[in-house]
Each structure stands twice: as C-alpha cells, then as structure tokens.
Design a protein around this ligand. Structure first.
Ligand code: FES
Length: 130
C-alpha cells in the first residue's frame, strides 16, 4: 500500500496513549518541603526499609542515616503509584511494573525514562526534601 515504516509508527503513535512511553513524564512544579519524622504519620521512616509517600514524593530510609527521595509519578505513563521495596532496595510502580534503582535510574523497559530524584538534608528529626 506504500506506507513507510515511519508512517505506520506515526499512525500507531497517534492512536494510542502508549506514545507517552516514548516521551517520558516529568513531575510538574518544584519540590521543597520539610517533614519531622518524630510525627506519627512519618513513623515508617524511623526504621531502615521504611518509606512514606507525601507531596507526590516517595521518601525511603534505605540505609542507616540515608534517606532517598524520588517522585511518586512514574515516568512510564504518569501514574502516581511509585513505591519503595526494601527487599530489593529499589522503587517499583504497581501499575505495569516499572523498576528504578535508588538513584532513579530505570532498571527495566517500563522504567527506562528514570525517576526524578530529590536531595534530602537531615537535621535531627527534620528531613528537608528539595
Ligand atoms: S505507569 Fe506503567 S509502570 Fe508505572
């Protein structure tokens, strides 16, 4: 019929939300907030392996005195379903199974666009995420 491979790919892309995979999704807005892990709603962070989700950010206590913060918004299709898995010390999206290491690098095809990471400054029980 005279379609080139590029034309077929473009048609496919126009018709399916799967195109979002090719573009990646970055969270909008800046992140700059502080939490106090002595407060009960953040108590999961007191122990290594614990994590919380707040302000569209996942904060995990990955090692003694080490906290890692990444966006909760999966770069695959923009779903806010990223969580931390202490057993494998990585981040995981429950929607299609994207995986990311603690540096935000994608470790499977769904996660190939990576996750935005944030700096965490610790002062006593205060965690400043930015
Ligand atoms: S939205 Fe598809 S793996 Fe997260």
């Amino acid at each position: 019929m005279g379609f080139s491979a590029g034309a077929i790919a473009a048609t496919y892309c126009l018709g399916l939300t799967g195109c979002m995979q090719q573009q990646g999704i970055k969270p909008s807005g800046s992140v700059d907030f502080t939490i106090d892990i002595s407060q009960s709603q953040y108590s999961a962070l007191k122990n290594v392996g614990g994590y919380i989700r707040t302000n569209d950010v996942v904060i995990a206590h990955t090692e003694q005195d080490v906290y890692v913060a990444v966006t909760q918004i999966c770069s695959h299709q923009g779903q806010p379903q990223v969580m931390y898995r202490s057993g494998s010390n990585d981040f995981f999206c429950t929607v299609h199974g994207a995986t990311y290491n603690v540096n935000g690098k994608g470790t499977n095809s769904f996660g190939r666009n990576g996750l935005t990471t944030y700096q965490v400054d610790v002062s006593g029980t205060q965690l400043h995420v930015h």
